[in-house]
Write a protein that binds this ligand. Structure first.
Ligand SMILES: N=CN[C@@H](CCC(=O)O)C(=O)O
Ligand SMILES: [Mn+2]
Ligand SMILES: [Mn+2]
Length: 322
């Protein structure tokens, strides 16, 4: 069940001579069975879902690129952070990789960590969700998990795309939230999904229709403006208030192509980082965030590691208060 461990040697960066100047590469530790609760980074090295979705592959190397960018960022945390290794997708067997990701995420949650999963294509979401579902259903271990019969797991996705395509055609990076909706229906669990940053130009009428049928909280990219931030943050808080736990998933392609060129499907418009940050802070500070992942970083198409730096900064933001 364990993720593949890699050398901690990749955590390298500047070492400042001044006192009290730590960076991530000087503080992150390998995860061990007796690690105190902290932030746990877990890679999901897969772009099989992107390949099945006819996108530009390369996200398989996302976890490595994010770690390298994060390594040199300044460390401002009080609590611990761990590298929990990578879950690999081998031989195109995405379903088994997602199941392994789920078991690993569940184990991290059972141990009291905040898992942050580093994708990988957005197929990462179906594995991440399996992990929090397994944890909340309390079926994976005897550890004191808060067993719930029908947990209301709020999914907050910042994405230019719904990723609600019909999985009957292919299970891919374009289907994870439809797969989760199917799982919820089969278990009699509520499906609570908010998708922010959606591009009307990049999602068909059928996808908007499916989102409406599933009662998705939708905010389009053009709706997210400086003047609307407070209202949207309030709507998010109302969504969160109705949920037992929050799973946050960030598809880097929600950002404009100039801020995030290294993705499978760059956004012509997008939502700038400066507008995303306050919304992410309100999710982080809600007290219900249990799991986060970052998807779709494709280093092959990055420019000057711009996209990897954005991804690293998002992790920095999500973990700043811990
Ligand atoms: N995860 C990606 N989802 C998008 C990709 C769109 C594209 O490749 O243009 C989708 O399926 O809609
Ligand atoms: Mn997307
Ligand atoms: Mn996506």
């Amino acid at each position: 069940m364990h993720a593949d461990r890699h050398s901690m040697q990749l955590w390298q960066g500047r070492i400042d001579p001044e006192a009290d100047s730590p960076r991530w590469h000087q503080r992150i530790q390998p995860l061990s069975a007796d690690s105190q609760p902290g932030v746990a980074l877990l890679g999901f090295a897969s772009d099989e879902g992107v390949r099945r979705n006819h996108g530009r592959v390369g996200a398989v190397n996302g976890p490595l690129a994010i770690r390298k960018a994060l390594a040199n960022l300044a460390w401002h945390r009080q609590g611990a952070a761990y590298d929990a290794g990578d879950v690999l997708c081998a031989d195109g067997d995405l379903e088994s990789a997602q199941a392994r990701l789920g078991h690993n995420v569940c184990a991290l949650l059972d141990a009291g960590h905040l898992p942050i999963v580093l994708g990988g294509g957005h197929e990462v979401a179906f594995g991440s969700w399996q992990g929090i579902a397994e944890h909340l259903a309390g079926c994976s271990s005897q550890i004191a998990a808060p067993r719930m019969d029908a947990p209301r797991i709020g999914i907050i996705n910042f994405d230019a795309h719904f990723d609600l395509r019909d999985p009957a055609h292919a299970r891919s990076s374009g289907t994870p939230f439809a797969q989760i909706a199917e799982q919820c229906a089969a278990r009699g669990w509520p499906f609570a999904y908010a998708c922010l940053g959606v591009s009307r130009a990049s999602n068909t009428r059928a996808l908007f229709q499916r989102a409406a049928e599933l009662d998705v909280l939708v905010r389009e990219d053009r709706e997210i403006r400086e003047a609307s931030l407070d209202v949207i943050a309030q709507q998010l808080q109302a969504f969160i208030a109705g949920c037992d736990a929050i799973y946050l998933t960030i598809d880097i392609d929600v950002l404009p192509a100039c801020e995030a060129p290294g993705v499978s499907a760059p956004a012509a418009r997008g939502v700038p980082l400066a507008l995303l940050e306050p919304l992410l802070e309100s999710v982080r500070d809600s007290g219900k965030l249990r799991l986060a992942d970052l998807a779709e970083l494709n280093p092959e198409h990055d420019i000057d590691s711009r996209t990897a730096k954005v991804a690293a900064r998002l992790i920095h933001l999500l973990t700043l208060t811990g």
